[in-house]
Design a protein. Sequence first.
Length: 230
Amino acid sequence: MEQSNQEKPVCRAFRLGVIDYEAALKLQNQLAQARIEEKTGDVLLLLQHPPVITMGKSGKVHNVLDPQAIQRKNIKVIFTDRGGDVTYHGPGQLVIYPILNLRLHGLSVPGYVGKLEEAAIRTLDRYGIKARRIEKLRGVWVGNEKVAALGVHLSRWISKHGLALNVNTNLDPFELINPCGTGRRATSMARILGRELPMEEVETLMIESFAEVFGVPISQEPLENLGACR
């Protein structure tokens, strides 16, 4: 049973800017361990990655369509411990990594993933973009194009990884892969709206949507406070 809003502890949110995938994963591992040991509460990281292709635990190498072009463009390919197949991260894409104790939120894994999707759907709706889920496919879709990808990892009910929303993302690198193995194209908020969006504004609206969907109070904190969470 899900806790009431009043019983849920504050989730601390940090905006990291652009950070390498490996550094972000190391940070997540530290925060997840601290959360397991109850040395910290729930944390929400908001960030962007330099260009990188990641392969999840269900990743299939044949979904990397053009390894030579990837190498020429100096895009790293990293095998990681999130669920899902292959995806691309790059500047202009808003990535959120929630480090949550799902038991305290009364959430199953499908329930958690559904709430992440809902947070993205509500953020998009604030810009007049009508997004949806597609049965048996994870992520968030506008028409038949994917605007947000998901991949999570749980250890002792503590979450890592999360959601990537294409805001102003350069979509060309998605042509080098079969995103999430679906054979469907990626899109972005900028492509849909015909204009670039202020990332800080989208981050703020995502935080608000996350707070609504998960029913948690969120404290937005300066980066210098992040060290105390590890």
